[in-house]
Write a protein that binds this ligand. Structure first.
Ligand code: COA
Length: 390
């Protein structure tokens, strides 16, 4: 069965990402959900199920059982509702499961969301929690953190393909520039290459301004069967393709750490279902947890040949105004990265772009958009392709 075009996004909402000292996890979720419900012009009672992405509520806020908790706080107890976990790809995965549930005819209208509250613990505790998505026994136990794992990938890519320190910096500069046009972005200030190169070293060669922050936030999409979508909105955005794959949990078990096999495999499934090729994508949100991750995404998504990701950033192809603008929201780097919410936040941006609602950061004539969301150091990946025509 192909799900191509069977399901549409009819509304989206999200909180600003950042440090929300005055809000709890449930408040963040309800804020994003109510915005999406209003955007979709559905009634709360129209929502027949909820799929919520979350990486680590048990670790960060010692709260599990998010499914019923969030249905309760949204005011629809009784509704089927469950939490989906796949590290930083949790809400991308929740979206996929929500789409499947509508495509098979189980529900007409479903809420898919993502939420994470990270700021109530110390930075050290957050780093420890984040490392639980790598291999605790063989990586994290020996001191490998997520920045350290991506630093190894960056060093290897630089050695193998000649990618430069400046090219990595340019990814952060581009994404901060895009973020300065996004009122929901955590960082709305442009930065320079020098700012990146002079920022404190985190894990050589990655510096503070190569890293995404650890954010609080929530994002929600309301999805519906495509044949009823126009009852609610004049601008449905259709799910054309969906792909998911996994890779080894530990970096040392991979043949080549300069490629994320999970991206390659998930992209193959999504492109095939959508019947599009990389050259057809007009706008993309990719998982730039670290600047090197965006370079790898260009290559593994097929936007450019392996090893040439740095060239793409040098040539401005992925900037607003370029041929394939990437991370117009500011990406994880500047919009912020709230692990459980990031996947849907990416979808929010692509939906706004395809509805022509992206304000100052609008890509002209955008018709086909892609989201790529990875978990941890690439052990899971989920990709979606969207179109404003069925
Ligand atoms: N980008 C831009 N600015 C950042 C930033 C980031 N990633 N992280 C922090 N800042 C800013 C803060 O706002 C603060 O600015 P201010 O002094 O004007 O308020 C300043 O830099 C220092 O912030 P602080 O919170 O002390 O930073 P930190 O040293 O505790 O943490 C990182 C910075 C980069 C180490 C941390 O954000 C990190 O570990 N990021 C990676 C998260 C990760 O691994 N995610 C998983 C991805 S798979």
């Amino acid at each position: 069965m192909s799900m191509r075009g069977e399901v549409a996004v009819i509304g989206v909402g999200m909180t600003k990402f950042g440090e929300h000292w005055d809000k709890q996890l449930r408040d963040l979720f309800v804020e994003a959900a109510l915005e999406a419900i209003e955007d979709a012009q559905v009634d709360l009672r129209d929502i027949k199920a909820m799929f919520i992405g979350n990486m680590g509520s048990g670790l960060w806020v010692e709260q599990e059982h998010l499914g019923p908790l969030l249905a309760d706080y949204l005011g629809i107890p009784g509704t089927p509702s469950l939490k989906i976990e796949s590290a930083c790809a949790s809400s991308g995965m929740a979206f996929r499961l929500g789409v499947i549930s509508v495509a098979v005819g189980l529900y007409d209208i479903v809420l898919v969301g993502g939420v994470e509250k990270t700021s109530d613990v110390t930075h050290g505790e957050s780093i420890h929690h984040l490392a639980s998505v790598a291999d605790r026994e063989w990586e994290a136990f020996y001191g490998m953190t997520l920045p350290a794992l991506f630093a190894l990938i960056a060093k290897r890519h630089m050695m193998q393909y000649g990618t430069t320190r400046e090219q990595l910096a340019k990814v952060a500069v581009k994404n901060h520039k895009h973020g300065s046009y996004n009122p929901k972005a955590q960082f709305q200030r442009p930065i320079s290459i020098e700012d990146v190169l002079n920022s404190p070293l985190v894990a050589d060669p990655l510096r503070l301004l190569d890293c995404s922050p650890i954010s609080d936030g929530a994002a929600v999409a309301i999805i519906a069967r495509s044949d009823i979508a126009r009852k609610f909105t004049d601008t449905p955005v259709y799910v054309l393709g969906s792909g998911v794959a996994t890779d080894t949990i530990a970096l040392h078990d991979r043949d080549d750490i300069t490629t994320f096999k999970s991206i390659v495999l998930a992209a193959r499934e999504a492109y095939k279902m959508a019947k599009v090729e990389p050259k057809d994508i007009n706008v993309a949100e990719v998982h730039d947890s670290f600047t090197i991750a965006e370079i790898l995404a260009y290559e593994d998504l097929g936007f450019v040949k392996k090893g040439e990701g740095g060239k793409l950033i040098d040539e401005g192809v992925t900037e607003l105004g370029g041929k394939i603008p990437v991370n117009t929201s500011g990406g994880l780097k500047a919009r912020g990265h709230s692990p459980g919410a990031t996947g849907i936040a990416q979808i929010v941006e692509i939906v706004l772009q395809l509805r022509n609602d992206a304000g100052k950061r609008q890509v002209s004539n955008a018709e086909i958009g892609l989201t790529q969301n990875i978990g941890g150091s690439g052990a899971s990946c989920v990709i979606h392709i969207f179109g404003n025509k069925r």
